[in-house]
Design a protein around this ligand. Structure first.
Ligand SMILES: Nc1ncnc2c1ncn2[C@@H]1O[C@H](COP(=O)(O)OP(=O)(O)OP(=O)(O)O)[C@@H](O)[C@H]1O
Length: 310
């Protein structure tokens, strides 16, 4: 695979607002697994662009290839066909340059390390000084509301708190992209809503793009600039639904007419305005309905509720 690649590691974290290169560009990607039982066509013809700073959720039935797509972007596996770039680099190069942080359903914390030491791990691995590590860890734990738990061990924390530690760790290298695969799947509903609000705030504060896998329509709607609806076997993108809320419009509004796979754009200020009240807003329910209809394959009139149809 010969994807475009920037040889030099960018030093542009101080100016995310002028980022023009897409966070993720997936072009004509197929993924076929060879198993003892034969070939499994997990993904077919996937085209998707995630803009810098944009929040995109992937939703679809079990087995439709959401995790597979995440693994390809994260360089944990390779596509059978097509190309993927992360900020214009191959996924492998982007991994080496620490362009993205990962938070998956299992928090994946090291049980013998304290909360602070878990968050510090990526910084340690990449040679940050002890003083830098300490300052950064304190800042991150403050951000996820765990400043008072720095010296605890993972098994002394609730599931939601462990997940917040994992998110803090994924942010340690100030990635411009977060890859999150059902990070809140195991949480109770109240904790989950709190975590969603935290993530909206954190992503707005950091300006990071997020690709987020979920089974929950309301979760996808609350968090995202655009929701990518996938269909099963082989996994394809069925529709991309831009989120539009009364009084909290996102830059994705402008992308509605741009066609399937188009870059949606990001408006972190609009995202920051997403508050708990949105969950009870009429436009929120309209978006939930739009995504549900897309998921179930019911026809949604072109242009209705801003649904991109592919
Ligand atoms: N390493 C693998 N080897 C063989 N088949 C695989 C492998 N990984 C995934 N698959 C198959 O690819 C398809 C997509 O799996 P994937 O885990 O990406 O789906 P998913 O949408 O994330 O599912 P879920 O919502 O249940 O987590 C499934 O049919 C799965 O069995």
């Amino acid at each position: 695979m010969s994807a475009p690649e920037n040889a030099a590691a960018p030093e542009t974290l101080s100016a995310p607002a002028v980022e023009t290169v897409a966070a993720v560009e997936v072009a004509a990607v197929d993924k076929v697994f060879e198993t003892r039982g034969g070939l499994v066509h997990a993904l077919e013809g996937i085209d998707l662009t995630v803009a810098a700073g944009e929040f995109v959720s992937l939703i679809g039935p079990s087995g439709c290839g959401k995790s597979t797509l995440m693994r390809l972007v994260a360089d944990l596996d390779a596509p059978s066909a097509g190309t993927i770039t992360v900020f214009g680099k191959t996924p492998a190069r982007a991994r080496l340059d620490q362009e993205y942080g990962i938070a998956f359903q299992q928090a994946g914390l090291l049980p013998w390390r304290t909360v602070a030491a878990n968050v510090a791990l990526p910084l340690e691995l990449h040679g940050a000084t002890s003083a830098d590590r300490k300052a950064k860890v304190a800042e991150l734990l403050e951000m996820v509301g765990l400043a008072d738990f720095a010296d605890r061990y993972p098994d002394q924390l609730s599931g939601g708190m462990q997940q917040r530690v994992a998110i803090a760790r994924s942010l340690a290298e100030q990635p411009r992209l977060l890859l999150m695969d059902e990070p809140f799947g195991a949480l109770d509903e109240m904790t989950r809503e709190k975590m969603q609000s935290d993530l909206v705030r954190i992503s707005a504060e950091t300006g990071a793009a997020v690709v987020f896998v979920t089974h929950s329509i309301p979760e996808a709607v609350f968090l995202s600039d655009r929701v990518v609806v996938m269909s099963p076997r082989p996994g394809r993108i069925r529709e991309i639904v831009p989120m539009r809320f009364a009084g909290a419009g996102t830059a994705a509004d402008d992308a509605g007419a741009a066609g399937p796979g188009a870059t949606g754009g990001a408006d972190t200020a609009a995202r920051a305005r997403r508050t708990e009240g949105l969950r009870e807003d009429r436009s929120f329910f309209d978006m939930v309905t739009a995504v549900r209809e897309a998921l179930h394959g019911a026809p949604v009139a072109p242009g209705a509720r801003g649904v991109e149809t592919r």
